[in-house]
Design a protein around this ligand. Sequence first.
Ligand code: SAM
Length: 282
Amino acid sequence: MNLKKSALNMLRDQRLRPLKRLGQNFLINPEAINKILEAAELNKKDLVLEIGAGTGLITQAIAGKASKVIALEKDPRLCTLLEKAVEEEKIKNIELIQKDVLNFSLDSFKGKEYKVIANLPYYITAPTIRKLLETPFSPVLIVLIIQKEVAQRILARPQTKNKKTSKLTVFTQLYAETELIGYLAKDSFWPQPQVDAAIIRITPNNRFLGSSPRFKKNFGQIVKAGFNQPRKQLANNISCSLKQPKERVARWLKNNHIEPEQRAESLAISDWIRLAKKFSKL
Ligand code: SAM
């Protein structure tokens, strides 16, 4: 695939000084775009939400393979340039929306099957993933380019050597299956970021979407408390965060087959689910 002319022109456009605060590192590696399209298993019936359309290179590639792309972009400068490019290229199946993804309602996807593709800015990676997974209208498939380190965290499991799990690992595991598609070197982007990136695929499994609001609230509270200071022991973290006597927390953990001295990163998803279910007994 050749880089689309309009996107290249945008990259050369003097008005387009990439904004670091918006995580503007544009993908310039055509092979990476092919990998994303393959990972998303696109077909002509697909509705795709793209987050952070940027210069529109990925957007245009998706439009060629899917039925429709709804492309979100926060930066008004890029939106103006992209609108012009879409018009010039006479592409009919791209709907461009100037909006912050974190303020964008997914309600319009109610009852619709859709996929998400995004080369995400670092600063919104975690909230965007949680938004997509916690909504009752979650996509059937999510393909993301994110920082390599963050991808490794999401994919880490307690038994993975030298890989630390985090709150994001646990939340992602509750709602989805995750897999690594591949790594991308810094020079796949312009301007080059400080770190390498990874492409990951997240497949929501809807196992816990129907669970009660109380379970979800308890799950959120216990995971947040457990990871409060990841190097600290679980009993200390939970006791401090939830303002409960340490002995009581230790007894509750033991009753649920967890040693109070364990650290949050050593717990499997089944442990967190058990703790959330028994939260009222704490
Ligand atoms: N998709 C393009 C590509 O791969 O070349 C751009 C990717 S760049 C890493 C991230 C894009 O997300 C930028 O265009 C940036 O302006 C946009 N962006 C940043 N924060 C955003 C937000 N909160 N909501 C929507 N778009 C955002």
